[in-house]
Design a protein around this ligand. Sequence first.
Ligand SMILES: Cc1cc2nc3c(=O)[nH]c(=O)nc-3n(C[C@H](O)[C@H](O)[C@H](O)COP(=O)(O)OP(=O)(O)OC[C@H]3O[C@@H](n4cnc5c(N)ncnc54)[C@H](O)[C@@H]3O)c2cc1C
Length: 499
Amino acid sequence: MDRHVIIVGSGLGGLVCGYILAKNGYRITILEKNAQLGGCLQNFVRRGVKFETGMHYIGGMEEGQTLYKFFRYLSLLPNVKIRSLDKAAYDIISIAGERFSFANGKENFVESLAKHFPDERRSLQRYMQTIEDVAGQSPLCSIRPMDSIALLSPGYVRQSASEFIESITANSLLQQVLAGNLPLYAGAKGKTPLYIHALINNFYNQSAYRIVGGSDAIAQSLARSIRAMGGSVRACSQAVAICCDDSKATGVALEGGEVVSGDCFISNIHPLRTVELLPDTHLIRKSYRQRIASLQNTVSNFTVYIRFKKNAVPYLNSNLYHYREPNVWEVGDYSRSTWPSSFLYMHLCSAIDQQHAEAAILMAYMNFEEVAQWKSTRIGQRGDDYEAFKQQKAERMLEELEKQMPNTRASIEQYYTSTPLTYRDYTGTENGSMYGILRSCSELMQTTVSQRTKIPNLFQTGQNINSHGMLGVIIGAIITAGELLGINTIINQVREAQP
Ligand SMILES: Cc1cc2nc3c(=O)[nH]c(=O)nc-3n(C[C@H](O)[C@H](O)[C@H](O)COP(=O)(O)OP(=O)(O)OC[C@H]3O[C@@H](n4cnc5c(N)ncnc54)[C@H](O)[C@@H]3O)c2cc1C
């Protein structure tokens, strides 16, 4: 077999599809617009210190757990070093001055929170049982062969995460705590389906790890493997059009004029960007374009990348989700005067035995409207007023951080920032959206984008298919590659993979 598959975008989804198909005898060409591969797996270095841009921690990485099995299949285990977060407090939820720890393992999770909510032990047990049941029901999370993809009970997909939590407990503080790491999925009240909340929390509750030295190791390892299997992974190759004849796609035109021809095409970019690449013909209906354009995207963020003075700050082996008020579901609807009413603070891990932090990330939601006045500018050329805006926002965030982590400010050597424009221009997501299209439990079909398109040899992959994040995107890539190979072929290969 020598079918040539062209993949647009080298994000996690594109690389995993490329790996699976190359392993099964397809000829692969991946086209990436940026100089660095990986999309959200990109890192950047300032004065010898490396910063993550979009993959800060992963779960399910202990032997026998879900991600461990996927990493084993993808030949990632030898090339990606990881360090466990604190098992007693991988996430710390700080709400209006009180702190609550999420501990790994079902019972530990319950006990850790029951210390604060002794009357709620039963509710916590029911909560964890449901989280586990949802993950157990998903054949792809459990890596089981299946007859069809959509197999979750209607209650898990049609109920919102917020309604589910409210049904578990009437204690309003506990409701807030259970939703406290919702920036992991940009949870929207009444919209985000229960299954997204459950799969993500189950993933991290199994085990939670930082990637030592940066998640670019994942992109590099996958690209190396694809090349070793005869594929080509090309950076600085921006797709400007997907060429089609009367019935199918025939090639990808690159900036500069080159056309790369192939038999089959996979787009790993935001569906809106994919639609923009397609010719205005009968192949893609106007109604499809309109639907994609009308979908709401998840919120973006403002990030401060902190470089610390040497040996000044002890390494924090937990992620801190802070909320000034008990309003975790409302922080996306902030006003400029109250911003930032919440933040996520994480140290980055550069060595397995790290004692002091070299770098940290301080992140808050930010809507695109705040930077819309610079939307026609390009990276590095946005002007002094943009730089002043970023500095003012960073200083506000550092003030808030100082209240929660006293003496941090004095330990900062330098900081750098990113805005929704940075994400828009690096990864091509709409308005710099963190996780792409927002799923809504009341309109699940309308807010779900299929891996198939009306063009028979053009497929989609990435965080808009299935779900976002390390696990969601790998599963989405299996669904997409399954269109060519049969999904159970891949599932069986994952099950049988050797270390
Ligand atoms: C701030 C942030 C924090 C996150 N933290 C975590 C975390 O801690 N844990 C976790 O599991 N997940 C996390 N995620 C989510 C996770 O990183 C993403 O869901 C996942 O990496 C997205 O992969 P993707 O395949 O959809 O592609 P993307 O990463 O979106 O990559 C798409 C690629 O396509 C390229 N491209 C776009 N247009 C073109 C074109 N015309 N031609 C060629 N190439 C093109 C882009 O340059 C990019 O490289 C985070 C995301 C963000 C934004």
